[in-house]
Ligand binder design. Structure first.
Ligand SMILES: [Ca+2]
Ligand SMILES: [Ca+2]
Ligand SMILES: [Ca+2]
Length: 231
């Protein structure tokens, strides 16, 4: 009985081709979408230095926020904002305004004076160590990218927040700057922070991943076909 499902056995490869091609197209499109970085992203953040965060209330501690952009973007009117995820408010002492005419193309580091790689020095980027989000906002105050560590009643980051890290560790995206808009998925804690070292400029070829998925889909169909035969 079940043999009759495929009246003409020559139909099978044709259908498989269509299924596999469609799957490959959808997956490839998805991969390209995930890699497309239209605007600057928050690449790495060290918010909890070992020992005192700020020295004498100035820009002393070893903390930094690293941004990355594949394109040249004028950051005039943009800001980095510290968000309290428990109270759901912006912390007024944690707002960094980019100076007019600031341009990003590649890596940019804003940090304390103990960070030699810092392009700009400002204590405003010494974010709170618990339940906080840092948000990159454009000149219209739209949130372009955000990272939250620790949970609160309010979400200021993207997707699921990461855990709060050990003092001296940073949270960083991978070497491709992958941004799936899910902080817990995109950021990893690193014991050796890399301020000034951003992702590779060139996004990876998605072909190998696509082939993997196509291979997996083909294998899945073979199993399905074998099952049909066994029945
Ligand atoms: Ca801090
Ligand atoms: Ca994002
Ligand atoms: Ca880095």
């Amino acid at each position: 009985m079940k043999e009759q499902r495929f009246k003409n056995k020559n139909d099978i490869p044709w259908k498989v081709s269509v299924i596999v091609a469609t799957l490959a197209f959808v997956l490839t499109a998805g991969l390209f979408q995930a890699q497309a970085i239209a605007a600057p992203v928050i690449q790495e953040v060290l918010y909890n230095p070992i020992g005192t965060d700020e020295v004498n209330g100035d820009e002393g501690g070893y903390y930094f926020t690293e941004l990355y952009s594949h394109q040249t973007v004028d950051l005039t009117g943009w800001s980095l904002v510290g968000w309290d995820a428990v109270l759901g408010v912006i912390r007024e002492n944690n707002i960094y305004y980019f100076e007019a005419g600031t341009v990003i193309n590649g890596v940019m580091v804003i940090g304390g004076i103990r960070v030699p790689e810092a392009d700009y020095i400002d204590a405003a980027v010494d974010w709170y160590n618990i339940h906080t989000a840092v948000q990159l906002r454009d000149f219209s105050n739209n949130i372009v990218d955000a990272l939250q560590w620790g949970v609160g009643e309010y979400l200021g980051g993207e997707g699921t927040p990461t855990y709060e890290v050990t003092p001296g560790w940073s949270l960083s995206r991978d070497e491709f700057g992958t941004d799936t808009n899910d902080n817990n998925n995109d950021f990893t804690a690193f014991s050796t922070p890399t301020p000034g070292i951003g992702p590779m400029a060139v996004a990876p070829e998605p072909v190998s991943s696509t082939l993997f998925f196509v291979g997996a889909a083909t294998l899945g169909f073979r199993r399905f076909r074998k099952k049909m035969k066994d029945n």
